[in-house]
Every structure is written in C-alpha cells, then in structure tokens.
Design a protein around this ligand. Structure first.
Ligand code: SF4
Ligand code: SF4
Length: 361
C-alpha cells in the first residue's frame, strides 16, 4: 500500500512532469510499450494528455489475447465442435476466429469451458476421466511457465494442450523493421521482464541503438520510464535500463526459464494481423508431443482470416493508429459486440479506450 501511494504521489508526479517538459525536444518522439497493462495505466490515468505535445506513446502488440491468430482460434473451435471440451481463459472465448468465436461455437453445441488457470484444467480433466479435454494455452512469457509446470507434472491422459504461447522480444524486433513506425524508444513490459530478465532486451540498444527501459505498473513508474527514455534521446544515447528493479532482476526468474526450456522449443509464430514472426512462439518438445492436441486430433480447418472487413486491429496492434481512427470503433465494434480482437480483453487497446473514453486521453 505504501509503495502504491509513493508511486502515485501528486507532488512527485508534478516534479517528474516538469523534468519531462524541460527535456521534451522540439521534434516528434514516439515511445512504444508492449504491454496491455501499460496501456491500461497510460489510458486510465490520462498520461498521454499530461505529456508535451511532441511526445507520443503508442501501444505495441502487448495484449496476449489480441495477438492470437484466427487460425488457432479456428483450431480450438474445431476441437470443441468435434472432439473434446476446450478449456481456456474467459477473454479467449469471445475473440472472433475466422467466422465465429469459441463462445458462439458453444451456443451451437460446441464444448467450451472457462477456466482461471491451467491448474483448473488439470483438475477438471482428473474429475472427468471419461471425457476428453484440451487446454488452449495462450499468453506470453508470463503464463508459459505455469503451462510448462503442469506438463512436467504428468497431466491426466484425457488432457492435451493446444499451445499458442508467444514471446515478446522477437515481436519488438519486428516493430523496428516496420519503416514508417519510427519508434524512438521502448518501454519494456514489466511482468514479462520478471520472467526473462534483462538479457533478451540487450539487442535493442546494442544492435538497433534503441533506448529501452523496463517499467512497472504505477503511473509514476511509466512517467519515470518516459523521463529515462527522454534523457537518453536528448543525450543521443541508447541504453537498457531497469526502472522496475523492485520486481525485475537482471537474470529474471531462473526457475521459470528452466521450466520453459524443459518443456518448449522456440519456433516461428503467426501473430494476428502481423503474419509470421521468426522465433516468436513456443511449441512442445518432442518428448512431450504426446500431449500436443494438434497431433492427437486431425484438426481440419479451412483457410483462416484475421480481420473482418473494416477492422483495423492489425494497425492498432502495432500502434500505427489509435482506436478512434478505426471506422468501426464504438459504432459496430463495442465491448459488447467486438468485431476485432483488440476490443475483447481488458488488456486490449480498443477495449481500454472504449472504457475510459477518448476525452481523457
Ligand atoms: S502478460 Fe504481463 S507484460 Fe504481458 S500484457 Fe499482461 S501484464 Fe503486460
Ligand atoms: S475498433 Fe474493433 S475492429 Fe476496430 S481496431 Fe478496434 S477491435 Fe479492431
């Protein structure tokens, strides 16, 4: 509680904003974060509106639900309609696949159940030994260790896994290759960093000369990160700095990393609206392939499509546009009737903007 108050102190906030104002250049600078919770903090506290005009903060592909490609949702839907009960998180069931969502598949007789953790999935499978279950495992480096842990614990035979985990640093690298984005610095995701530590980000200052700062999730955490980035930009430096040292260690969480390495190998992955990103996904290692739902069931899906007509999620996901610039925003696409993935999860950029309104931003 005390820490929370410290990181919301209004006087300190004013001080930091003063420094930010003094350092703000007279040309445009754009900082990119890659974390749904950072977007929440920035939008909820109206941080964009407090910044000098020339400083923009854009949202990268940091919501673990938004970036699941339609193809993998279609796979889950096919399983739910034909073979086994799909167990997954609440947000995932509402994300549109190529045609329908898992929730709509459930309405047409598909077997879909919401769980809060992979542990719950194991419990349900154990309690119902005569039924088949598939855990649809989504999320970044933050959730992959819990999937890995249950896999090492010899899960019940009637449970398999549809793995859809993704890795953040490779997609940050992809963003730098998108010519007209012109990113001037990264705010690296706090929770992902508690797992992976600092090493995977070293490439950004070293190879790309990109200032990179790890930030926590209080408003002042984000403002300090912006100030640190601005200092680097104004001194024409590019360094990796950890503004979230109360939670992130240089080496990260070694136990979690060990679990990930034991169970998964890194492979190329499709990201919704972005296509294939090299070395950005996890797949089960050979010795655990008997748990792979894709091998257990001969999944038959037609060609998939990530974006419905008019949907701009692919541009929102890379911070190229802000949600109100999508023609569907709050017209046909609302939190109650999401047309795109960014409007579904509480970490999705469009859902956050819909909730807190553009007025505060
Ligand atoms: S998993 Fe963690 S780092 Fe990723 S979006 Fe959520 S809060 Fe941010
Ligand atoms: S408003 Fe809807 S359709 Fe448009 S980008 Fe956002 S989620 Fe996608």
């Amino acid at each position: 509680m005390e820490t929370q108050l410290k990181f919301r102190d209004p006087n300190l906030t004013k001080e930091v904003l003063k420094y930010i104002k003094n350092l703000a250049p007279n040309y445009e600078v754009k900082f990119c974060h890659v974390c749904g919770t950072h977007e929440w903090v920035i939008t909820h506290y109206g941080i964009r509106s407090l910044l000098p005009e020339k400083i923009d903060v854009i949202a990268g592909p940091g919501c673990p639900v938004c970036i699941v490609p339609a193809k993998e949702i279609d796979e889950a839907i096919w399983i739910a309609l034909n073979k086994a009960t799909v167990l997954t998180f609440g947000d995932m069931v509402r994300v549109p696949g190529s045609k329908i969502s898992l929730l709509q598949a459930k309405a047409s007789g598909g077997k879909v159940k919401i769980v809060y953790s992979v542990k719950d999935a194991v419990k349900i499978a154990k309690q119902n030994p005569n039924e088949e279950f598939v855990f649809f495992a989504v999320g970044f480096e933050t959730t992959a260790p819990s999937t890995a842990l249950e896999i090492t614990r010899d899960p019940p035979k009637n449970l398999s896994f549809l793995i859809s985990h993704r890795l953040i640093p490779p997609v940050m690298e992809l963003l730098l290759g998108i010519g007209d984005l012109h990113i001037d610095g990264f705010i690296a995701p706090g929770h992902v960093s508690t797992i992976i530590g600092l090493k995977p980000y070293e490439i950004f200052p070293k190879v790309y000369r990109m200032p990179t700062v790890i930030a926590g999730f209080e408003p002042l955490d984000v403002l300090f990160a912006l100030l640190t980035l601005l200092k680097q930009v104004s001194h024409k430096e590019a360094r990796l700095e950890n503004e979230y040292s109360r939670s992130v260690k240089w080496e990260g969480n070694l136990k979690a990393q060990k679990l990930i390495n034991e169970v998964f190998e890194v492979t190329d992955g499709i990201w919704r609206g972005l296509g294939k990103v090299p070395n950005s996904a996890l797949k089960l290692k050979e010795k655990f392939s008997y748990l792979d739902a894709r091998l257990k069931y001969e999944i038959k899906i037609e060609s998939s499509r990530d974006l419905l007509p008019g949907c701009c999620c692919h541009l929102v996901i890379i911070g190229k546009i802000k949600p109100p610039e999508c023609p569907l925003f709050m017209k046909t696409c609302t939190p109650q009737t999401p047309k795109g993935s960014c409007m579904v999860s509480s970490e999705g950029t469009c859902a956050i903007w819909a909730k807190y309104g553009a007025a505060k931003i």
